[in-house]
Every structure is written in structure tokens, then in C-alpha cells.
Ligand binder design. Structure first.
Ligand code: EPZ
Length: 451
């Protein structure tokens, strides 16, 4: 298994472009199942999770082809060529639990769906009860058969619009909202989703679906109204930039005390994160492109990131959007390891999302976890060490810590990173980081330790 070898202490400088959002792309790719017309999605990131989704869509009768323009921006063309399959098999779903987002589209378009029940993962149990309750509210009958969710539409052949409450113990559900909203576009009558997820990725999905002829209002608010239509057509849609990647790169600039320019940055979708960064002493300054005549798209800004000499401690509590995103919790924890004073992070979405604490401690961090809260006492420095990546965002936090640490860090199991960050080592190297991918033999030849 590949590792990252990172030499800490390097300053960064230059410009990084933010890629299309993984967490928008996955439900948007699934939405291509809702029409027999051609669908074009632009700026789909090249990630292992995305490649798994293409594999799943192919099994469900979707042909896809990706081209790149001269700026390297992807253009994915998708078209359903066979509507007969309805089974998302275990061996794909187990590699990516987000496969669950094909459930709503396949059920609504084909009348039946069989999706392997996704398992848990490193950050928690990851139930889907709200997804199932939401689809049952639209008239679906759902049974569990041999580890698979089997969903069927009513005898009439179509789902029936209704009131759907999607609130759970941790707020709403992002992919559950995506599933129900997508399915409701083809239902008979009107659906009202109460306690819908307000994440920007849901807004992006609604924009794509409306471009296909759906009638959705209220996306981005806790109440979404979907007026069902007979069928949906094709669309050409550009995926919103990845706010979690943007927040990760902002932390990279801050933790190395560097100035970075970020392009295609969704500032309007990440105010809770930039609010915390400003409180820590990081400056995020939007700049208008000198030769652009159109008004900046608030989701596609250019901004300069710089950092004061000292990092200030803060309190962070992860919340559903527009609160602080749980997907940036680990990255901010790395940054706060070097703040002057005690910070407190409370994880309200995934109570077990602290696997990065032990690894950061190996690098000299001073963190004490008490249930869903971690107290981070800032230290003067971190020290490079062999560490273990455990999940996507925890891995990113280890890369950040390694970039600031004294000495060399070897991060094992970087396949976690490849799920959500495209060519991370190349892009960070381009702005000055010392980070290289190596296999175990190469690491041994360097006289370093790995897993
Ligand atoms: C999406 O996962 C994201 N993934 C996650 O990002 C993100 O952390 C999460 O939303 C929260 O923002 C994608 O979009 C592909 P949820 P999702 O359903 O939709 C509980 C990353 O690192 N819950 O909003 O699966 C659940 O246990 C990934 O990019 C139920 O109880 O998350 C959690 O505590 C990690 N029942 C909370 O709700 C359900 O039926 C939020 O989960 C569904 C969820």
C-alpha cells in the first residue's frame, strides 16, 4: 500500500484551483439515472469514490465517457442505455457507502431498487433509516432481504408525493435528502420535505434536477417542495467547487504560515469555516479577477489566504450546514495543535470522528478527548513520525500536521486520501510542499519506517 513521505517546515506559495465537489458529484452522478436523455456534468473530480460510482452506474445501464478541456477541466457525458437493472451489488456498495444515493433515482425511474445495505465506517455506524423512512413516506414498500434494501413503488407504478420529515438525532441527512428529493421529482403530486439538509451540495443537486425539468423550490432551506413531473430530460451542469477541499487548503496555508491564492473557491458555501479561520488569525481576502467583466460568482471566487504570526485558540462545534462542517473538524484540529492556548472541538454529527487524535498525539500534539469533545492544548511544535491514515478527512489532517512538523512523516494507507483529494501530493508539491508518494519498498530504501 502506498504511503506519503512528507518533509515538514516548507513554506507554500502560489495558486491552487479548487476542484468540483466530491460530495456534490456523487448524488449528481446518481441523478443521471432519472432520465433517458444525455446528461453532461462538468468538473467532476477524478477520485476513487467517483470511479467507483461510474462502475456502479455502468452496472445499472449507464454509459459514460469523460473528456478534458485545455485547462484540464473534466466533461463527463452520461446516458442510460438499459433500464432493466435495479441492483446495486454489495461488492461496490461496501467500497463506497455513498452508493446509497442511487436508491432514490433507481426506485423512482425503474419502479424497483435493490441496494446493498451500506456498512459503517471509521467515523461511525452510518445508518440509513431516515432514507428508508423518507421513501416509505412516498409510498414505497421497503424490505430487507439478505443484507439488501429492496424498495418497490406502489401498484400504480409511481411514487406518491407527500409530507416527509427527515429529522434524526443528529439533525437531517444529506444523502437522505438527496435520495428523497431525487425520487420525489418523478412522483405523482407534490412532496414537502421538512427538516431537509441545507448543505450547498443539496442546492447544487436541486439546480441540476431543475435543469432536467424538475420543479423544486426551497433547496438550501429546511423545507424543500418538489412538484412531481412525468419525466425528466437531459442537462449540461457544472458541479460546484469543493468547500471541504477549499477549507483543507486554507488550513494548509495557515499551518505553514504561508500565503496562498485559491481559485474557484466557494466562499459563499463555507462562511462557518472562514469565520473560524479569521478567529484563529487567518486572513481570507477575496480578490476580483482583474480582467473579468462579469460579477464574481459567489461560489467561484479567487481569494488570497494569509496568516498572522501566532495562531489563536478557538471553540468549534460541528453542526449541520450552515454550521461548522464535520468534514473540516480533523483539519482544524491539526491547525489548533499549534495555536497559543487551549481550543475546544465538539463533534455533534459523528461522535466517533476522532481517530486522528491518537495519530496527532504521536506527532507531539497535546489533545485530550472527553466523549464528543476534544481539548487541544497548543504546543510549540509537532515532530514528524510514522502515522496511520484511518478515514478520508483524518488523513488530510495528518498531511497538514506533517507539513508543519519538524522532520519527516510517513503516512500509511493513503488510499483513504485518494478517495477525496485529487492528486493531493502533486498539487501541494506545486506550491512548495515536500510530499511524495512511495511504496513500501521505496520507504524501506529511504531507511524510513512504514506500517
Ligand atoms: C454526507 O454523508 C457526506 N458524504 C459526509 O462527508 C458528511 O460528513 C455528512 O454528509 C455530514 O455532513 C457525502 O455527501 C458523500 P448524513 P451522509 O446522512 O449524507 C445520521 C466526507 O468526508 N443519520 O448527513 O451519509 C448519521 O449517522 C464524508 O466527505 C441517521 O441517523 O451523512 C450522522 O450522525 C464523510 N440516519 C448524521 O445523521 C440516517 O438515515 C448525518 O449523516 C442518515 C444519517
Amino acid at each position: 500500500m502506498d504511503v506519503f513521505v512528507i518533509e515538514g517546515g516548507r513554506k507554500l506559495s502560489g495558486t491552487l484551483r479548487i476542484n468540483g465537489s466530491k460530495n456534490a458529484a456523487l448524488p449528481l452522478l446518481a441523478a443521471s439515472l432519472l432520465t433517458d436523455d444525455p446528461v453532461i456534468l462538468r468538473d467532476v473530480p477524478d477520485l476513487s469514490d467517483i470511479r467507483n460510482m461510474y462502475r456502479l452506474l455502468a452496472e445499472l445501464g449507464v454509459e459514460s465517457n469523460t473528456e478534458y478541456d485545455d485547462q484540464g477541466i473534466s466533461k463527463a457525458s452520461l446516458k442510460v442505455v438499459d433500464n432493466s437493472e435495479f441492483h446495486a451489488r454489495y461488492d461496490i456498495v461496501r467500497t463506497m457507502r455513498a452508493s446509497i444515493c442511487v436508491l432514490g433515482p433507481v426506485l423512482a425511474k425503474r419502479g424497483k431498487a435493490r441496494v446493498s445495505m451500506p456498512g459503517g465506517c471509521a467515523i461511525g455506524q452510518r445508518p440509513v433509516d431516515l432514507h428508508l423512512r423518507g421513501l416509505e413516506a412516498l409510498g414505497a414498500t421497503i424490505t430487507l432481504e439478505g443484507g439488501d434494501i429492496v424498495a418497490r413503488v406502489p401498484q400504480s407504478g409511481r411514487l406518491i408525493g407527500d409530507m416527509v420529515f427527515l429529522g434524526g438525532p443528529f439533525g437531517s441527512t444529506v444523502l437522505g435528502t438527496a435520495n428523497v428529493m431525487s425520487a420525489a421529482t418523478l412522483a405523482v403530486g407534490t412532496t414537502i420535505i421538512e427538516c431537509a439538509a441545507c448543505e450547498p451540495e443539496i442546492v447544487d443537486l436541486a439546480n441540476m434536477l431543475n435543469g432536467m425539468g424538475a420543479k423544486i423550490t426551497g433547496a438550501g432551506s429546511p423545507r424543500i417542495v418538489i412538484e412531481g413531473v412525468e419525466s425528466l430530460g437531459g442537462v449540461d451542469h457544472t458541479i460546484m467547487p469543493d468547500r471541504i477541499e477549499a477549507g483543507t487548503f486554507m488550513c494548509a496555508a495557515a499551518i505553514t504560515k504561508s500565503d496562498l491564492t485559491l481559485e474557484n473557491c466557494p466562499l459563499d458555501a463555507m462562511m462557518s469555516a472562514t469565520d473560524r479561520l479569521e478567529a484563529i488569525g487567518v486572513h481570507i481576502d477575496p480578490v476580483d479577477h482583474p480582467d473579468r467583466v462579469f460579477a464574481e460568482d459567489p461560489l467561484r471566487r479567487i481569494c488570497k489566504v494569509s496568516c498572522s504570526e501566532t495562531l489563536k485558540p478557538v471553540q468549534i462545534t460541528t453542526q449541520p450546514h450552515p454550521g461548522f462542517p464535520t468534514d473540516l473538524q480533523a483539519q482544524f484540529m491539526s491547525l489548533l495543535c499549534l495555536a497559543e492556548g487551549n481550543s475546544v472541538i465538539t463533534e455533534k454529527i459523528f461522535p466517533e470522528r476522532f481517530l486522528h487524535v491518537a495519530e496527532l498525539t504521536r506527532m507531539g500534539a497535546n489533545i485530550h478527548r472527553h466523549g464528543t469533545t476534544a481539548v487541544i492544548s497548543g504546543v510549540n511544535k509537532l515532530t514528524g513520525a510514522p502515522v496511520m491514515a484511518s478515514d478520508l478527512r483524518a488523513s488530510a489532517s495528518l498531511v497538514l500536521a506533517a507539513m508543519a512538523a519538524e522532520g519527516t512523516t510517513v503516512i500509511n494507507r493513503v488510499y483513504h486520501i485518494d478517495r477525496g483529494y485529487e492528486k493531493l501530493e502533486d498539487r501541494l508539491s506545486e506550491v512548495g510542499a515536500s510530499i511524495q508518494r512511495a511504496n513500501e519498498e521505496e520507504v524501506a530504501a529511504m531507511g524510513l519506517m512504514c506500517e
